[in-house]
Design a protein around this ligand. Structure first.
Ligand code: TTP
Ligand code: MG
Ligand code: MG
Length: 395
């Protein structure tokens, strides 16, 4: 029988580590990425030195400034992080065809097959860790287990900079405190803590009925989730050629917004999450360019996909001082599910779902973002679509 080996890998203090790598003066200092301490907004991440002062992702910048006055605050440089993220994932795919990126600095790999090429799965994991660290210049943590949950929890135990193999998942997991278990929310956690239950094994022992009925199914279904799925090649795209070449940026933006809107609704209708966005632009001289960028986490949110797409479009439009004849957008790294992301706000996803519900009931054209409305000037608007000249749908 083939034993499933899952490897989970995550970059340590990712954004902060990149800043330190690019500016060695920051080495060993409390670095806080996200903005200045007098600005609105939150901390993206903090170096481990800054974490000692209690600074963490998601904390208001102002609070971070109070907790760590000597902290060095830097604004994020997203395009730099995503380029390194791409390099990171590309490096992993050399070791296994089954790599599943789950966020900008994190991926699962199925080593069940590749391990035969090495003396042991542990040696292979070490090799992967060393190679990634050498090629990206960043420190990573690696977890090895027989399931996704096991591997992910192993990475947490290994942080920062370690490699951890959980050989006996059941014992390891039953000794963990409950907040370590993905899927046990804050609300449940508070109730259980009030009942004096802190660890997985205490819950299992004291309340076997609650355990079996409400938590174990979720937990074990994750625990026994088979090794990482096939590397995703699936993608969906929408593009259109304009009736006449367009030099007005707003008008191009409006087309792109409409195409992103269609893609987001498509993802929601099919229960898909996208991991990466690509934008394509063709100029009046037929020269064609594309640019791509990972999303911060797999999502179907119009707003998240949109903000990346707009950034990419602006990059592409700088290539030539010519009008455009075509614009297109593609979402890639499609997955049917994703890991729980307890720290990331999913308000924009709720918004996209709400808008999609309205579109389902009253027609696609019943609700648009303002930036799409410019299209009314040049195309007929029907109940279920704005009728573009050539809206091609590719799988
Ligand atoms: P994480 O891997 O969760 O965190 P990290 O890499 O900074 O630190 P570590 O893994 O060592 O605990 O997130 C990866 C990057 O994603 C992080 O560097 C910044 C970004 N991020 C946010 O912008 N907001 C958030 O709330 C979180 C959790 C991460
Ligand atoms: Mg990380
Ligand atoms: Mg991560």
């Amino acid at each position: 029988m083939k034993i499933p080996f899952v490897l989970h890998i995550d970059i340590d203090a990712f954004f902060a580590a990149v800043e330190v790598m690019l500016n060695p003066y920051l080495k060993g200092k409390p670095v806080i990425v996200g903005g200045m301490p007098d600005e609105r907004g939150v901390v993206s991440t903090a170096s481990y030195e800054a974490r000692k002062y209690g600074v963490h992702s998601g904390m208001a910048l102002r609070t971070a400034g109070q907790k760590c006055p000597q902290g060095i605050f830097v604004r994020g440089r997203y395009h730099v992080y995503s380029r390194i993220s791409e390099k990171f994932i590309a490096c992993l795919t050399r070791f296994s065809p089954r790599v599943e990126p789950v966020s900008i600095d994190e991926a699962y790999m199925d080593l069940s097959g590749s391990r035969y090429l090495h003396s042991s799965v542990y040696a292979l994991a070490e090799k992967i860790k060393q190679t990634v660290e050498r090629e990206t210049g960043l420190s990573v943590s690696v977890g090895l287990g027989f399931s996704r949950l096991g591997a992910k929890l192993a990475t947490e135990a290994a942080k920062p900079g370690g490699l951890f193999f959980v050989a006996d998942e059941k014992t390891f997991i039953s000794n963990l405190t409950l907040e370590k278990i993905p899927g046990i929310g804050n609300h449940t956690l508070l109730i259980l803590q009030a009942m004096g239950i802190k660890r997985v094994k205490e819950l299992e022992r004291a309340y076997p009925a609650i355990w079996k009925r409400s938590i174990a199914p979720h937990f074990y279904s994750q625990s026994h989730y088979p090794a990482a799925r096939e590397a995703k090649t699936k993608s969906f795209s929408r593009e259109t050629t304009f009736p006449e070449d367009i030099s007005d940026r707003d008008m191009v933006v409006s087309h792109l917004a409409y195409l992103v809107d269609r893609l987001s609704v498509y993802l929601i209708d099919h229960d898909y999450f996208a991991g990466r966005v690509e934008v394509k632009a063709r100029f009046s001289d037929f020269s064609t360019y594309t640019k791509r960028m990972p999303l911060e986490y797999p999502t179907y949110s119009y707003n998240n996909i949109w903000s990346r797409a707009l950034f990419l479009l602006d990059q592409l439009m700088k290539k030539k001082k010519l009008p455009l004849r075509l614009v297109g957008v593609k979402v890639e790294d499609i997955a049917g599910q994703r890991d729980l992301l307890p720290f990331i706000s999913i308000r924009s996803e709720q918004l996209s779902r709400g808008v999609t519900d309205i579109k389902r009931r009253f027609g696609f054209s019943s609700i648009f973002t303002a930036r799409e409305l410019l299209l009314e000037k040049i195309y007929p608007v029907e109940r279920d679509a704005i009728v573009l000249k050539t809206a091609s749908l590719t799988k």
